[in-house]
Design a protein around this ligand. Sequence first.
Ligand SMILES: NC(=O)c1ccc[n+]([C@@H]2O[C@H](COP(=O)([O-])OP(=O)(O)OC[C@H]3O[C@@H](n4cnc5c(N)ncnc54)[C@H](OP(=O)(O)O)[C@@H]3O)[C@@H](O)[C@H]2O)c1
Length: 280
Amino acid sequence: MKILVTGAKGQLGYDVVKEGEKRGFVMIGSDVGDCDLRDEAAVHKIVNSVRPDIVIHCAAYTAVDQAEREQELCYDVNVNGTKYVAAAAAAVGAKLIYISTDYVFDGTGDAPHSVEEVKNPVNYYGLTKSLGEDAVMAALERCFIVRISWVFGSNGNNFVKTMARLGREKEELSVVSDQIGAPTYTPDLAALILDMAATEKYGVYHAANSGFCSWYDFAVKIMELSGLTAKVKPILTKDYPTAAARPRNSRLDQTKLKKNGFSVLPPWEDALRRYLTVLK
Ligand SMILES: NC(=O)c1ccc[n+]([C@@H]2O[C@H](COP(=O)([O-])OP(=O)(O)OC[C@H]3O[C@@H](n4cnc5c(N)ncnc54)[C@H](OP(=O)(O)O)[C@@H]3O)[C@@H](O)[C@H]2O)c1
């Protein structure tokens, strides 16, 4: 099986390539240096030359706050780029796996969002990811949309690395306690994505490590498991203003994964423990 991975230098793409190689697949990783997704001809060129069986589209403009003032660039990568990837995959008869986000939801209520729930993004990045989903579904039937949340992995910056650094530098940190969701560890998710790739069970899925927490709970656990003594103070979203609004409830209902015979990812605390061991 030959698999083309976009965003191969990002957190998730990096681990998807690694996991595929471990399974003996031919993995071709691409990133902005060899193919800028805003360039339609370049996207068709790489897909036509690789002729993959599957495209795993991990690349995206992911600077959520910056996106509010760089809307054109964000749209170009996340909507137009995704349209080009989807059209190119369809043209060579490849399946497509598109990675999406909890930010397609407005985050009201406390219950996990189901895959059928009507989307209502609260920020510009979320809107472009949602339009990217629509573009994929319009271009080909053999597609998976996998919505994930709160990503952390070895290859890039994330909340865990930031908290561990701040925990070493400061005696006290303030972290929002009124946004809940589930962290997603990229090696765990990469394994699930490659399991999906081997099937024809197309559709929209939600995936994250099991359980849920607030950013505050997550930070407390990071300090505890890292042996750091910095005190974590809970604060409210209204006291931590950001350029882009965040959904208050990012929980994702994963019933569909189980129903279709896929394994739900291990508990987030277990994933965090493994990640901190790798970081050491
Ligand atoms: N991070 C999260 O918490 C989170 C949560 C939910 C969903 N997601 C989704 O999960 C996927 C993977 O996220 P991630 O955290 O692995 O992202 P990431 O680390 O930011 O990686 C994204 C990759 O895409 C590349 N890219 C950006 N613009 C491009 C362009 N014009 N052409 C080609 N490549 C381009 C980036 O290159 P540069 O670094 O050089 O720009 C980077 O290597 C994304 O689709 C994201 O929307 C992420």
